[in-house]
Design a protein around this ligand. Structure first.
Ligand SMILES: Cc1ncc(COP(=O)(O)O)c(C=O)c1O
Length: 444
């Protein structure tokens, strides 16, 4: 391996045990299609599409060329009271993929910014309609909505909240839907758990009153917490309850958007149309950061038409909203998804992926397996007194054997690029099976 010509210490690595990582780093230096190349020259099969985002596979020429061309043509243009063609074109393309009357698209640079933007739009919408008392934002336990203060507040992963004080006021949480006793080893949507949506009415609305609640935000399939698939009927019931009480329903589709569940969005796949959809990641195949928030026509019209003429209707945005490079990357990415029919491909690969991951049921220390579309999780029994240690060992050993998986605590998540072949799915799962067997001989 060539010696590293940079130090490891100055970079404070996000969501990482810095001391542990810097003692034994895993560095990737290049990528193509389904593989990374590690610094020691080894090919590593990408079982996670980077961080659930490289849906079309790595370094696709169509996208890299579009970015190169755009960088030489218009590197940057201001987006407040000015414009350039890219974001208008991307908004139109995204609109065509969206269900119902989700027709207007606001650009951000990440999933976290998309979530904070969506929460602010929800508050602004109610205020524009004379219901500014609707301030409560309802998330869900085990939800992940990024790292901004808004997203952290409505998020429900305790470790992500612990260090940051009171976070936003006026936030409450629905219960999560995962229960090993009732829905372990479900293939696709669990049959048990739809009744948990009733908690919105029975507990949250009963306590805060519907007239004070602005929005409910959920991931249609929770990703980062370890792939929690919505029970059959659950999202439909949330939709009904939000409609009944005038509450906006936000789907955070930062992971589930752009083909991950075998459709453009999970909203399409489940046939449940939310009022707002947040997205990021796959919109540019992760090449240039971009996020977006799509809203229903009525939301846009209420906020925009509710303001005085010539006034800025929504005092919100980012210097890089709709950045020309991101827009060029998004247009090329959306072309690629369409030409290669990658969303349909994801749908047709999903049964093979499901069978492959569920073949791990008999592997040592497997407590649960769950899957939906091209997302799957293997939950391991924790080593007594050392939560997360078994998961981390699996990550390290899989990487040593040339396979990249992701772990959250003792849950292994897999979400490969949608160009993966059936043979590569078998390789991914087969490697994991041997890793789990090998680990069991050392840590029974
Ligand atoms: C559902 C969801 N929302 C928001 C985010 C935050 O996105 P970003 O890391 O781009 O800020 C993520 C990231 O994984 C996510 O999965």
């Amino acid at each position: 391996m060539p010696p590293r010509d940079y130090p490891l210490e100055p970079f404070w690595i996000p969501f990482t045990a810095n001391r542990q990582f810097k003692a034994a780093p895993r560095i990737l230096v290049s990528a193509k299609d389904m593989h990374y190349v590690a610094e020691d020259g080894r090919a590593v099969l990408d079982g996670t599409a980077g961080l659930w985002c490289v849906n079309a596979g790595h370094c696709r020429e169509r996208i890299t060329e579009a970015i190169r061309k755009q960088a030489a043509e218009l590197d940057y243009g201001p987006i407040f009271q000015m414009g350039h063609p890219g974001p208008f074109k991307v908004a139109e393309r995204v609109k065509k993929l969206l269900p119902g009357d989700l027709e207007h698209v606001f650009f951000t640079n990440s999933g976290s910014e998309s979530v904070d933007t969506a929460l602010k739009i929800a508050l602004a919408y109610h205020r524009a309609r004379g219901e500014g008392h609707r301030r409560w934002l309802i998330g869900r336990e085990r939800g992940y909505h990024g790292a901004g203060f808004g997203g952290t507040s409505v998020g429900g992963i305790p470790a992500n909240r612990r260090a940051f004080g009171n976070l936003l006021p006026y936030v409450d949480h629905l219960p999560h839907t995962h229960d090993l006793e009732h829905n372990s080893f479900s293939r696709g949507q669990p049959a048990w758990g739809a009744h948990l949506a009733e908690e919105l009415e029975h507990r949250i609305i009963a306590l805060h009153d519907a007239s004070n609640i602005a929005a409910v935000i959920v991931e249609p399939v929770a990703g980062s917490t370890g792939v929690l698939v919505p029970p059959k009927g659950y999202l439909e019931r949330l939709r009904e309850l939000c409609d009944k009480h005038g509450i906006l329903l936000i789907f955070d589709e930062v992971i589930t958007g752009f083909g991950r569940v075998g459709a453009p969005f999970a909203a399409t796949r489940f046939g449940v149309v939310p009022d707002i959809i947040t997205m990021a990641k796959g919109i540019t195949n992760a090449t240039v950061p971009m996020g977006a928030v799509a809203v229903r026509r009525g939301i846009y019209e209420s906020v925009v038409n509710g303001a005085a003429e010539n006034a800025i209707e929504l005092a919100h945005g980012y210097t890089y909203s709709g950045h020309p490079l991101a827009a060029a990357a998004a247009l090329a990415t959306l072309d690629l998804y369409e030409e290669e029919r990658l969303f349909e491909r994801a749908a047709s690969l999903a049964p093979h992926f499901e069978n492959a991951v569920h073949s791990l049921r008999e592997a040592p220390h497997v407590a649960d397996i769950r899957n939906f579309g091209m997302m799957a999780a293997i939950e391991l029994e924790p080593i007594p007194g050392k939560p997360g240690a078994r998961g981390y060992q699996a990550l390290v050993r899989a990487f040593e054997r040339g396979v990249l998986v992701r772990t959250t605590g003792d849950v292994i998540a897999m979400s490969p690029p949608l160009i993966i072949s059936k043979e590569q799915i078998d390789e991914l799962v087969g490697t994991l099976a041997s890793v789990l067997r090998e680990m069991a001989t050392q840590n029974p």
